[in-house]
Write a protein that binds this ligand. Structure first.
Ligand SMILES: *[C@@H]1O[C@H](CO)[C@@H](O)[C@H](O)[C@H]1NC(C)=O
Length: 245
């Protein structure tokens, strides 16, 4: 897994009255946690245009505009060492901290398997396997039909960033149910050594099972209440009979 990490340090100086904007963006870029190859890029902007940039691989400032060229020449004489030192002073400790606190961590997905559409005349069934709240982003979600990987174009997948470092993914399988067939959704993610396998219980989709459960409870409640009502009525009426008229 190639991971490009950018640490963004943003310094901004705005000259308020007439709205000029000078700012500086410092990026620490690496692709591996050993931090052997870290690049520090420090770019200076005036209004929206970058005019001078320090690139640690190049080892000096490079001008990007006419004014930037002059700036680079001057800064390379007087400020270069300070900029070179930023790689060790800023980038490496911060990247180290990010790796040990965030990037090396993983969070296991919560998986739900459900039927989006049960088979009816002319329409195949549609299953959805969703994995929620996992980190990092790389994940493999696939389907097994009687133990064999489904590779047809009957599968579609959507990936989404939750915006809070977690991700979710939804895989849809379109299939025509046949009796005795076993369908499973498999999720492979770095957070778990073994693949996570979820078997589809083809009998009834969960929403249908819920409807039946609610209906059954309602029926039971109805029977209990009417029985209670009947007993109460019986007691009342027999009690009334005891009073001599
Ligand atoms: C920094 O310089 C190296 C070497 O010239 C180059 O490969 C790299 O793309 C540069 N990085 C940026 C962000 O310009």
């Amino acid at each position: 897994m190639l991971l490009i990490l950018q640490l963004l340090l943003l310094l901004t100086l705005t000259i308020r009255t007439d709205g000029y904007d000078w700012f500086r963006v410092a990026d620490c870029i690496t692709s591996s946690s050993d931090l052997k190859a870290v690049e520090f890029i420090d770019t200076y902007f005036f209004i929206k245009a970058p005019y001078v940039r320090f690139n640690s691989t190049v080892g000096k400032y490079v001008g990007l505009t006419e004014y930037g060229l002059k700036t680079a020449e001057y800064w390379n004489k007087f400020y270069l060492q300070k900029e070179i030192d930023e790689l060790e002073r800023v980038c490496k400790p911060n990247l180290q901290m990010d790796y040990s606190n965030i990037l090396d961590k993983s969070v296991k997905p919560r998986v739900e398997l459900m039927s989006e559409q049960s088979a009816s005349a002319g329409h195949p069934a549609m299953l959805m396997c969703s994995a929620y709240g996992f980190y990092p982003k790389t994940i493999d979600v696939y389907w097994l039909k009687d133990g064999k990987k489904v590779t047809s174009d009957m599968v579609s997948i959507e990936e989404m960033a939750d915006g809070d470092w977690y991700y979710q993914v939804h895989s849809h399988l379109e299939y025509t149910p046949t009796s005795g067939e076993k369908i499973s959704c498999v999720v492979e993610h770095i957070s778990s050594k073994e693949p996570l396998i979820y078997h589809w219980d083809g009998s009834l989709p969960e929403s249908e099972r819920n409807k039946i459960a609610i209906g059954t409870s309602g029926l039971a409640l109805g029977i209990i209440l009417s029985a209670a009502g009947f007993i109460y009525y019986k007691k009342k009426s027999s009690g009334r009979n005891l009073v001599p008229s």
